[in-house]
Design a protein around this ligand. Structure first.
Ligand code: ATP
Ligand code: MG
Length: 302
């Protein structure tokens, strides 16, 4: 009899028996509590999936690994004390802000509480799925789920005051009732940049350049640009680095005239926690978001 298993070579005779025995022999895995603890301590995946030949071997290994992972966590936390290090989300934000300012973008800071009217103008109305993700603070005001309405509004005014191209960006909190999971937070940090007033035929190339600029500053070179769709804008160009980290759009867009915008533009919305997740190789976004349980990616119950 031969054994055919994915990823295994074809085995015969004695080799087959030895392999079978070896597999059966190492079938003991972590207990649920041990696995949960290893996840919290950011153990690498191969360690989380390890198998053992006896409970004694497993429990001994667990104690050793836990001590080592706790030590690593404490060392990382100590880097925050008097050594000039800040949590990865803050470090990344500073790096991206610097890169964009060096590239001629102007940073803007706009309100976190926005009006229902501004969402209406983005076509986010009661009948849309996106509307159901919005946190309302009163009948007419909500926590912004995106930065675009505020940036549209500023562009409309700066358009009168500045020569084109106009390049602005904002970094700040956004809020969405999103499906809980390893890539979604209900409060996250968006970086939205927009360049208005370039020629229409240059838009696709400029979008690529801006993707390159931000991804380089974020220290992530393994990514691709992938066409996608979203409810608000229709066609998007996403930046995918294992997961979507940003969505880009080019205008003129059908929403523009509602905001008094008539020139071509390009823009990207990046999720900073997603960029941190990819850069640090973490498995769960909660590790890098605003948190009372984690600090700079380290679980505090160590
Ligand atoms: P997804 O399809 O992954 O839910 P999205 O397409 O709805 O994301 P966009 O509206 O394109 O998100 O927002 C721009 C970026 O903001 C996303 O590419 C992502 O990096 C980030 N982002 C969006 N929603 C969340 C969230 N709930 N938690 C963390 N980051 C988010
Ligand atoms: Mg998107």
């Amino acid at each position: 009899m031969n054994i055919e298993q994915p990823g295994r070579k074809h085995l015969t005779g004695a080799a087959e028996t030895t392999e079978l025995l070896r597999c059966e022999y190492r079938m003991i895995t972590w207990t649920v509590t041990q696995k949960q603890r290893l996840r919290e301590l950011n153990a690498p995946l191969n360690l989380q999936n390890a198998a053992f030949s006896s409970n004694k071997e497993r429990d001994g290994d667990f104690r050793e690994q836990e001590i080592m992972l706790v030590k690593m966590g404490k060392e990382r936390l100590n880097l925050l004390r008097g050594r000039g290090r800040r949590p990865v989300l803050c470090e990344l934000e500073s790096e991206l802000v610097k890169a964009l300012i060096d590239a001629g973008f102007v940073q803007v800071v706009t309100p976190i509480i926005i009006s229902k009217g501004s969402l209406d103008r983005m076509s986010v109305t009661e009948d849309t799925p996106f509307y159901k993700q919005v946190y309302w603070v009163s009948g007419n005001q909500c926590l912004r789920p995106m930065l675009a309405p505020n940036l549209y509004s500023l562009l409309n005014q700066l358009n009168r005051l500045w020569e084109k191209p106009i390049r602005i960006f904002e970094v700040g909190p956004c809020f969405r009732k999103d499906s809980e999971g390893s890539a979604h937070l209900s409060e996250f940090t968006m970086l939205n940049l927009v360049e208005l007033g370039l020629s229409e035929e240059k838009c696709p190339q400029r979008l690529e350049e801006l993707a390159g600029l931000v991804m380089k500053a974020a220290g992530i070179d393994d990514y691709s640009l992938v066409p996608d769709r979203c409810d608000v804008y229709g066609k998007t160009i996403d930046i995918v680095a294992g997961m979507e980290v940003a969505s880009g759009v080019t205008g003129p867009h059908r929403l523009d005239t509602r905001w008094g915008i008539f020139d071509p533009w390009v823009g990207f919305g990046f999720g900073l926690e997603r960029l941190c997740l990819v850069r640090e190789g973490y498995q769960n976004i909660k590790r890098v978001g605003r948190s009372l349980k984690y600090l700079d990616g380290v679980r505090l119950n160590i």
